[in-house]
Design a protein around this ligand. Structure first.
Ligand code: FRU
Length: 537
């Protein structure tokens, strides 16, 4: 029996019971300093209280908008609102007031937003086009009464650059068709058929709808019943054309689908499909499917945008100007297996770094690469380089890192097949009590790994202390590891963003040592360098 929304909510209730209520109470009144233990210094986080998925991300009049699933009354999940922030670079954010509050139709679950430039909806004017948010209304009463039709899609609009929002009187615009899990609409303009397209999660597959005006929607097609991973409910899909890194004029359509549970390292993760879309139907193109192993649940192949456990429900920005042309992505940097229990206060959760997506042809097929946006590089400060050469065992490099050690960006390069005696190699962070986190490559298993088994007290969840792995998808003779390490997270972009892993960690004292390591034999390091990174706050 698949686990759909009810089990998740039950988990959340249990989760909130596991959290010491006294601690939460106390912390919720604490002053926000952005210097609290574990507070991300490079990543967006709400000043206080609970956050999950990024929602409604769009670019308009020189601003990137980020909305997010937000519960302003607690640090555990609850009645959902849309929190709001704006940025000119996707790195430094200005917090704005809550954009959407729950109403008589329900909580405001995940969704998207578009600039309706031609005022197709009639909700604005030709001179002042409306920004339209499309989201799921989740009716908690219907859910309690064990109905199946308590999720439906609604819209709201803004005529003042996203500052204030009015809910549409004719909501919902897509009533529930008798499907229990029916949510997370992502809308985009399909140029070729001059129509709005909505993709949304329907149980463990997606449904597509079409509309001329964002208000009247017609069912178009279904995708995914027999494809990809089905270890849990499908959530937060996205559908867009994506250019090849080697020839930007070559594009394929890409579908992102988050799934919970069923991720490659347990719990939540985001899979993708590459194919074609004619405005009505998405078709997987087998010639573009990476050749990867079948999923443990015996289903068809699944490929993951990020193999780490802490990148979920991510989607892409709409409205990025054609002259920019990037496909920009952000995910929620947590996992439903323990999101409600991680030891942070007075807030819970952060977003991943914003990333640029691109298609790349590899020997094993086509994949999606992700890399931090270029704007991120403005945070770089003092650089460092470690003398290259043969090393064996462990070597501390903390003294060469200016403002050491965190946050820091580290690049490592070594041969993918060093001598037979060399085992795992990479970088290790540790603290005086001896807690440690290592990130690296295992040449025998041909896997990247993040080992957080002993990275700190993990009494908050058995699902947390794990050896996390990702397959290598490149056959380049050299391994390139780029790691962006914030106070309580690491993002590993291996082989130029081909194998990506995001993972959280919570040491009892900050990591204050950084070492290189090579197990088994002597490893010839070809490159070891990096930068300290400035706080965004
Ligand atoms: C994904 C999700 C969505 C839902 C939202 C509720 O993390 O479960 O499917 O809309 O979170 O907060």
């Amino acid at each position: 029996m698949k686990k759909f929304f009810i089990p998740m909510l039950i988990t959340l209730v249990v989760a909130s019971c596991k959290t010491d209520p006294a601690t939460v109470e106390e912390d919720s009144t604490a002053t926000v300093t952005y210097q609290e233990p574990y507070r991300p210094q490079l990543h967006f986080s709400p000043p206080a209280k609970w956050m999950n998925d990024p929602n409604g991300m769009f670019f308009y009049e020189d601003e990137y908008h980020l909305f997010y699933q937000y519960y302003p009354d607690s640090t555990v999940w609850g009645p959902m609102h849309w929190g709001h922030a704006v940025s000119t670079d996707m790195i430094h954010w200005e917090h704005l007031p809550i954009a959407l509050y729950p109403d008589s139709l329900g909580y405001i679950f995940s969704g998207s937003a578009v600039v309706d430039r031609n005022n197709t909806s009639g909700l604005g004017t030709a001179d002042n086009p409306p920004i339209v948010a499309i989201f799921t209304h989740h009716d908690p009463v219907g859910e309690r009464e064990k109905r199946i039709d308590f999720q439906y899609q609604s819209i709201a609009y803004s005529l003042d650059r996203g500052r204030t929002w009015t809910k549409y009187k004719g909501n919902p615009v897509v009533p529930n068709p008798g499907i229990r899990d029916f949510r997370d609409p992502k809308v985009s303009w399909h140029e070729a058929s001059q129509s709005w397209i909505m993709i949304l999660a329907a149980k463990d597959r997606v449904h597509l709808y079409r509309s001329p005006n964002l208000k009247d929607w017609t069912f178009a097609s279904e995708f995914g019943a027999e494809l990809g991973s089905h270890g849990g409910v499908w959530e937060c899909p996205d559908l867009f054309p994506l250019g090849s890194e080697d020839d930007m004029s070559f594009q394929k359509w890409v579908m992102l689908v988050s799934i919970n549970p069923g991720g490659p390292n347990g719990g939540s993760a985001t899979q993708y499909f590459i194919g074609d879309f004619d405005g009505t139907t998405f078709t997987l193109d087998p010639a573009f499917a990476p050749r990867v192993q079948a999923t443990p649940d015996g289903n068809q192949q699944a490929v993951w945008l990020d193999y780490g456990p802490d990148d979920y429900a991510g989607v892409t920005f709409s409205g990025v100007p054609p002259e920019d042309g990037r496909r920009l992505f952000m995910g929620w940097m947590s996992n439903w297996s323990y999101a409600n229990m991680v030891p942070t206060a007075p807030w819970r959760s952060a977003m991943t770094l914003p990333r640029t997506l691109s298609l790349k042809q590899m020997p094993m097929g086509w994949i999606i690469r992700s890399r931090p946006v270029l704007e991120f590089e403005a945070l770089r400060t003092g650089g460092f380089e470690v003398v290259r050469g043969p090393e064996q065992g462990e070597k501390e490099i903390t003294p060469v890192i200016p403002h050491a050690p965190l946050p820091v960006e580290i690049n490592l390069r070594a041969m993918a097949s060093p001598t037979e005696s060399v085992g795992r190699f990479g970088i290790k962070l540790s603290n005086d009590p001896g807690e440690h986190l290592s990130i690296g490559y295992d040449p025998q298993a041909m896997q990247y790994f993040i080992d957080r088994r002993e990275s700190g007290p993990a009494d908050f969840s058995d699902a947390f202390p794990k050896m996390l792995t990702a397959p290598r998808l490149s056959d380049d003779p050299a391994i390139n590891l780029r790691m962006i390490i914030d106070v309580s997270s690491v993002e590993l972009f291996a082989d130029y963003g081909s194998s990506v892993m995001t993972a959280l960690f919570f040491p009892s004292e900050p990591f204050n040592h950084v070492s290189l390591f090579a197990e088994g034999g002597e490893l010839e390091w070809q490159r070891i360098d990096g930068r300290s990174l400035q706080s965004i706050w």
